[in-house]
Write a protein that binds this ligand. Sequence first.
Ligand SMILES: C[S@@+](CC[C@H](N)C(=O)[O-])C[C@H]1O[C@@H](n2cnc3c(N)ncnc32)[C@H](O)[C@@H]1O
Length: 383
Amino acid sequence: MGNEDPRASRARVPRRRINSDYRLMRSPSAGLVEDSYSAHFHLRLSGSTTDCALPAEGLRMSLEFSHQPVLLNEVVRVFADLSSGVIIDCTLGGAGHASTILASNLEIKILGIDQDVEALEHARSVFARWPGRAEATYGRFDQVKNIHGGSTFHSDPVVGVLFDLGVSSYQFDAPERGFSYRFDAPLDMRMDRTGVAVTGAEYLNGAAEKELTSLFKENGETRFAARIARNIVANRPIVSTFQLAEVVKEAIPAFARRSGGHPAKRVFQAVRTAVNSELPVLAVALDESMQLLAPGGRIAVISYQSGEDRIVKSVFRDASTGGCSCPPGLPCGCGAIPTFRLLNRGAIKPGNDEMAINPRSASARMRVAEKLSNPQGGGANVA
Ligand SMILES: C[S@@+](CC[C@H](N)C(=O)[O-])C[C@H]1O[C@@H](n2cnc3c(N)ncnc32)[C@H](O)[C@@H]1O
């Protein structure tokens, strides 16, 4: 997630607060158009709400969460028929998915994890509606085993795990968080602002030119990665979102600026991914959470970037084949033992209806796997 489109700032309108309602389909919220990242809760700017307030460009804007959980119907369906136990929501955010699961399956408890204390604060207020059934914990999701072990629900079977990767709209649309080139702000970009990670500015001012070139290439800026990296280094220190956007724009030849959205889109996404170590922690977190799952338990992962989806696909493939190395089409003779089965052949994508209501869902890809109750050798397991 984290791409953006300049149309978004023009199209943003106040929207209804729906966070704790159980709605499998939400009513359309008019036109917040930002490209493909998981826009689950949006800032509502108004003078009357008091959830949170920050100064930006001379204005005081009150911020209120509202949710657009992506693939909500599909997520609820994955967990609908699970028997009693706990589902770990590793990317709790504003508890949009979590609260809907709590409302839809009364046997289920939720252990939510997030590294953003503002999101946790909001999630806890949502969870107040289900006393004893939900807990929101600060932490990074590659610590899921420890977090589960220290939680109130440590002795409940883990029947489900959910990842809804990337940043939320709340983070993305708050000018002071520095995720967006739509607002001039210090280049922060940390999901966790408790002081652990370096900011976007610190990262860009400390990284070698070669490292930046590779980062931009890996994140899809193949043609001009080296030029952009060179211009960033030449203009250090980089301190603000607008400065970075300008430096990127300058590095891209005029003819190429006319297509493909805002020229800084991919660079902002790449820097955010690096600042928050988004890809390195994912494989560890998937592995830990799949170990925690009880037999018959399910894991669903929604990703928004090809890099994330590649990791999910590879971890799920290994689990569902046991790492089988036999030639395709022949019976497995290598002794590999699959431990999961895939519940879908490909990824689940949002339908046209959802994309029309929430354009930010467009790049979402969900993969789902179920832990086998009785693992046996013999090859790939696909439902
Ligand atoms: C896309 S939002 C989730 C929205 C949520 N599903 C909802 O319906 O409201 C992703 C959330 O995951 C959190 N997050 C991302 N990476 C994380 C990590 N490695 N550890 C913990 N939280 C993380 C972000 O801070 C953000 O709040």
